[in-house]
Design a protein around this ligand. Structure first.
Ligand code: JCF
Length: 404
């Protein structure tokens, strides 16, 4: 009988492909040549095309996206998705630690889990019996949008959990973001094909997740880094936050490689300084550091204030953009032009003859700036006369402007 062996081949292909993409996208290890991967992937697709009855929600073939949706449906978060309180200085961070010690009536130093605060989109993933069944945006924290088809296209998100010991129902939370290199790549491609140009990686990630056609999302270089577990079973099976994250790694999730546990608030201060110094060298944008009391028992004891946990804080980095007066605006009058301003986070706008922006979002226009500032983004016209500049206030080099 041929059928059982084809079925076995299908299962083996699925396992192999899951394993290869886990090694490649989560562990950053290349285990087989791309051409071999593509060959196996096509073989899988051929078997599934011949046997639609064997299709399954956790097959690697799901990564390519599905038929467009008419609209996103709503999802209610059983456990609300929290926001974080912010601090902007070391003094405020020390106050945070002091408040916790006072509340716990214990002056002993606390262990904190430290991680970069990714500038992306908060997302919840739900697994039932080890299979990804739902992905949802944070929304207002209680109700978000169902983006299951879109999250399935993200290679670092397991469609099926690895390892053992996961609960019947598991909800994992994290941040979906677009690494800087991928952002530069898709904007370069958009420039040469008259496509949509994104203002920054966060916008690009948001726009990519908002697609009703997940086949488009599938072409976008998105990643997800996980930072929390909303307990499906209602029962904690770890003693610490860091243990939970280490377990998520075993189950196939990407967790920040920068995650560290320190044994006092002074350790948090050192961690902040270290990452701030390395910020520009990271592969993705971050806007601060998140510190969490590592002990889950203490987290529970501390509880929440309104919508933020008392046991966590975001220490924000100094802003990289500021607002100043716009001194001079000069428009290029072509049929359709693309105006770009050279910068580490280059902003490029396409404008038409009426000087209206026809690519990118918001009521913005393109310009040339003759002042002393390196321009990141601007809004001009109709009562607006400000633009955002890089905090370093370095001069713009006009020769770096990109005209077409
Ligand atoms: O990276 C982030 N943007 C981030 C957001 C990291 C975290 O550990 C978070 C978060 C939002 C809420 N933790 C919570 C509880």
């Amino acid at each position: 009988m041929a059928e059982p062996s084809l079925r076995e081949r299908l299962n083996a292909l699925r396992e192999q492909l899951h394993s290869y993409s886990y090694h490649y996208y989560v562990l950053n290890e290349s285990t087989i040549p791309d051409a071999e991967y593509d060959r196996l992937f096509r073989e899988l697709q051929e078997i599934e095309a011949a046997h639609p009855e064997w299709q399954s929600a956790d097959s690697p073939s799901q990564r390519v996206g599905a038929e467009p949706l008419a609209a996103f449906s709503q999802v209610r978060h059983e456990t609300p998705m929290l926001s974080l309180d912010n601090v902007f200085s070391e003094a405020e961070l020390l106050d945070f630690d002091q408040r916790i010690k006072t509340r716990l009536k214990d002056s002993a130093e606390l262990s904190y889990a430290c991680e970069p605060k990714l500038d992306g989109i908060a997302v919840s993933l739900l697994y039932v019996d080890g299979v990804l069944v739902r992905g949802a945006t944070r929304g207002d924290g209680r109700v978000g949008e169902d983006i299951t088809q879109n999250v399935k296209t993200i290679a670092s998100i397991p469609l099926k959990l690895r390892g053992t010991g996961w609960p019947e129902e598991l909800e994992v939370r994290g941040e979906i973001y677009m690494p800087r290199a991928g952002f530069a790549r898709i904007n370069d491609a958009a420039r040469s094909s008259d496509g949509k140009i994104f203002v920054n990686p966060r916008n690009a990630a948001a726009g990519s997740l908002r697609q009703l056609d997940s086949r488009i999302t599938a072409t976008r270089p998105l990643e997800m880094s996980c930072y929390g577990i909303a307990l499906g079973d209602g029962e904690a099976w770890f003693y610490s936050h860091s243990e939970g994250l280490a377990t998520l790694r075993d189950w196939g999730f990407l967790v920040s490689p920068e995650l560290r546990v320190v044994d006092s608030i002074q350790g948090c201060v050192a961690y902040y300084q270290d990452l701030l110094a390395r910020r520009d060298g990271l592969a993705y944008d971050i806007d601060g550091i998140v510190f969490k009391v590592d002990s889950l028992a203490l987290q529970e004891h501390l509880g929440f204030v309104s919508r933020a946990p008392r046991w966590a804080i975001a220490h924000k980095f100094p802003a990289q953009e500021e607002i100043t007066q716009l001194r001079d605006v000069e428009f290029q009058v072509g049929r359709t032009v693309i105006v770009g301003l050279y910068n580490a986070s280059t902003t490029v706008y396409k404008i038409n003859r009426q000087k209206e922006r026809v690519a990118g979002r918001g009521l913005r226009r393109a310009w040339r700036e003759s002042g002393q500032f390196r321009v990141v983004a601007a809004e001009v016209g109709r009562g607006r006369n400000w633009l955002q500049v890089n905090q370093e206030r370095s001069p713009i080099s006009m020769s770096n402007h990109y005209w077409r």
